[in-house]
Write a protein of this length. Structure first.
Lengths: 260, 325
């Protein structure tokens, strides 16, 4: 690949990311504000009102325990929903054709959409973190682990949103996965409890849930407490990213959902 | 110099079994202003879709300025600008950004992209609206926006699929002038249109596609020379008292001030005027009764197109619903 090509691809990548960021920033009332309000309610109700009666969890105040999980919940759902709605919208209005007729490789299209989703996921994540400061002091055990886990998780779910967008034919199709798959997996992924509280059988079942490792890894970076070794969390996230990226690339190369 | 477009044995069969293209061959010379005509469903948009990589071909070869679509797709894409039939931009994006982003997809840095965007939006009378959302534009403005977007990476081949559908007459004429100008500057243009007057006025070369096959591929001049008969309408300055007799040219009276005359191939208008003159009839004005190309088109495609598609002002594009964000 020549330097000229690399330059062109970098410009194209920046163009897609900028376009995506401007898209969700223009409609911040729909994209940034709602998850912040929802998470603030979680803090007030679960952390404040109910959490006082629950007591400690893994040796931490319940409010402090749920903060990392709620940040991850916001990052996961927003990374996913940004890409799925943007990609499906571009198919629906057919402006995906602007990219398909241009010489951008599919890998750059994928990365552009994914990092647009990451930008929204992290923006909401930071907003939720700021809100959490009203309820719980900032706790950082290992900032590097926190940043890497949240970034990789955001990439992973942005890729998931892209694949959902590729297959989606109707608006129902972009709501089904977040509602019936993503939300249950996230709620059962240790956001509100430590997996060690579960009976042994359900602990085993929970270990099949990839979100568990992400929340646990982030919580380790924040509180220094985890149910699994941090390297296990990294390995799970990276493996899923590799699988989903490969799948997305194959789908776009074959033109599934975007070419006749 | 390589042809602007070279197609050999192009076939397309969709998943539902519909055979849209049955092995077409086509060649467009560089610098040409080329018309691709055909009734609805003939295969025009499929052909354009394949050339622009929006549709996967089943078989055949496509080369653009010598670049093979299979081996060097990126070079093919860089050579082509597409103005599609339907509006395909984000209605919720400012029009300046739509054009700048398109330049970005071709690797053009932002400052240069804005320079070119300003140039083409000014040329097409849209610069003052660069900050407006695309959904606020009129149909004609949306068409011009798509032309600016297609030109921003300065392609050597511009493909326009029904570019003036739904555009009023005045705007259509100004778009024709613009297209003639960029063609004169050396850009090759392929045009599909339902307005046959448009093809006759703009294009020097023409191909007619019907049922997935090319049924004619020639120069506009040679194609029009195939007409057997042309009907001329004559407006007279004085009422007709008696129709000319003993003439080889059939002449009919429509009303007291109007005649129609059928001129066969090989006959001359001079013969008609001589006959009328001898009968003491004074011709004030004359026009061709039918669009000449339209007659040929109907004959070659053996179909009667829907009237709305052959009349100015017919809508060829569909508004896209709003983007739920």
């Amino acid at each position: 690949m020549s330097a000229r090509h690399l330059h062109d691809y970098w410009v194209a990548f920046r163009t897609i990311v900028t376009k995506e960021v401007l898209r969700f920033a223009r409609i911040w009332v729909q994209t940034i504000l709602p998850p912040v309000i929802t998470t603030a309610l979680y803090f007030i109700i679960f952390g404040g009102l109910i959490g006082e009666r629950i007591g400690d969890m893994d040796g931490f105040r319940y409010m402090d325990f749920i903060v990392p999980g709620l940040i991850m919940l916001a990052v996961i759902t927003n990374s996913y929903s940004n890409v799925v709605s943007s990609f499906f919208g571009s198919k629906f209005q057919r402006h995906i054709e602007e990219m398909l007729v241009s010489p951008i490789p599919n890998s750059v299209i994928i990365l552009g959409f994914v990092f647009g989703g990451v930008a929204r996921g992290l923006s909401v994540g930071v907003a939720v973190l700021l809100v959490s400061l009203f309820f719980s002091p900032l706790s950082i055990h290992n900032i590097g682990v926190m940043l890497v886990v949240v970034l990789l998780t955001s990439i992973l779910f942005a890729l998931g949103g892209l694949i959902n967008g590729v297959f989606a034919r109707t608006f129902d199709d972009i709501a089904i996965v977040p509602t019936f798959v993503l939300t249950p997996l996230t709620y059962l992924g240790g956001v509100f409890y430590s997996v060690s509280l579960l009976p042994e059988f359900w602990q085993g079942v929970s270990m099949l849930n990839p979100i568990l490792y992400m929340v646990d890894g982030f919580r380790y970076g924040s509180l220094g407490s985890s149910d699994f070794p941090i390297m296990v969390s990294f390995a799970v996230i990276v493996a899923f990213i590799a699988v989903l990226y490969t799948a997305a690339l194959i789908l776009l190369n074959k033109g599934i959902g975007v070419r006749s | 110099m390589s042809p602007a477009l070279e197609i050999r044995g192009l076939r397309k069969t969709y998943k539902n079994g519909f055979e849209a293209l049955k092995g077409i061959d086509l060649e467009v010379a560089p610098g040409s202003f080329f018309a691709l005509l055909g009734p609805n469903g003939a295969g025009k948009s499929t052909t354009i879709g394949i050339i622009t990589s929006l549709i996967n071909k089943t078989a055949g070869e496509v080369r653009v300025f010598g670049h093979d679509l299979d081996r060097d797709q990126q070079a093919v894409k860089r050579s082509i600008g597409l103005v599609p039939q339907e509006f395909n931009f984000n209605n919720f994006e400012p029009i300046g950004e739509i054009v700048v982003n398109q330049a970005g997809y071709y690797g053009i840095p932002r400052h240069e992209a804005w320079r070119r965007t300003e140039h083409y939006l000014r040329e097409l009378g849209l610069w003052e609206k660069r900050k407006d959302m695309a959904r606020t534009l009129s149909g004609g403005m949306k068409r011009r926006l798509m032309i600016a977007r297609a030109l921003v990476h300065e392609p050597k081949l511009l493909i326009l699929d029904e570019p003036t559908a739904g555009v009023d007459i005045e705007l259509r004429r100004s778009m024709w002038d613009f297209l003639r100008r960029i063609n004169t500057d050396g850009r090759s243009i392929i045009l599909t249109t339902h307005y046959l007057e448009e093809a006759e006025s703009l294009c020097r070369n023409i191909a007619i596609i019907d049922d997935g096959q090319i049924v004619e591929n020639t120069t506009m001049k040679q194609l029009l020379a195939k007409l057997e008969t042309e009907t001329m309408v004559l407006d007279l300055s004085e009422p007709v008292l008696q129709l000319p007799r003993d003439t080889d040219i059939p002449i009919r009276q429509i009303d007291e001030l109007t005649l129609e005359a059928d001129i066969q191939r090989g006959q001359h208008l001079n013969d008609l005027f001589r006959t009328l003159d001898q009968a003491g009839l004074k011709v004030q004005s004359m026009r061709n009764k039918a669009n000449r190309l339209e007659e040929l088109f109907l004959r070659m495609t053996r179909s009667e197109p829907e009237p709305s598609h052959l009349t100015p002002g017919a809508e060829g594009a569909t508004e896209q619903p709003e983007n739920p964000q």
